[in-house]
Design a protein around this ligand. Sequence first.
Ligand code: AMP
Length: 272
Amino acid sequence: MQQESNRLFRRGKTIAFVPTMGFLHEGHLALMREGRKHGDTLVISIFVNPTQFGPSEDFHTYPRDLDRDARLAETAGVDIVFAPEAEAMYDEGYQTYVDLDLLPRYLCGYSRPGHFRGVATVVAKLFNIVKPQVSLFGKKDYQQLVVIRRMARDLNIDVQILGVPTIREADGLAMSSRNNYLSQDERRSALSLFQSLEEAQRSVARGIKDAKQLIRGASELIGAHPYTKIDYVAVCDPETLDDVDLVDRPALMALAVWAGKTRLIDNIILTP
Ligand code: AMP
């Protein structure tokens, strides 16, 4: 991949890059279609990165289907699918990690210790391998997008980071490879994530600014559905991820909720 990237660079070609863990859905394809506009060559990676999964998380059961992914990628205009083996990315003596000070302490970082260290590390490695000028990330994983922006800036990685809006099913559920884990009943309850975010936005539009009240409203709506267990509901600054008390300017409402044994996330920018 590095040789290919160098060859493209020598020929004056720019590279747009979309990192993924595969089992592609419309959300991934939207990133690719957007990426297609931002480079001569569109590269995606498919790599279920072991270092971003906790010991009790779903690394081994995470859905994988490289043949299907390759076909879908082709329809979205992808030129190169980079799908390394874990041993090629992390050899026996591996010992270097990218660790951010503050951003991983918030939101998902709290219940997934080490997750963003794994994410920042693998994305830094992928940037060094693929050498893109532009890389695209989904706003569905909002904290990840903020972490990658900060990491690229802090380490002077010469890449432009673009955020792409969340793609949803017709009924509002944010698309995710993990939606495949849901039973029909859990899938119904999972709708409460987006419903509660939309309800919060309606409240803000009606003039409610108190973050605690908005969080309470969303938590009650989600809690009224069976099979749900809230990990967190937060209203915070969209850049620092620090809690805010009042939504008197755009604020990120982010949540993580278990539907049965599946942990789902979603978010919205609340705009007064
Ligand atoms: P993943 O394969 O889950 O690691 O996701 C790869 C990229 O696709 C990340 O930048 C995600 O934020 C993005 N992504 C995943 N689901 C969606 C979605 N529903 N809408 C937009 N982007 C998404």
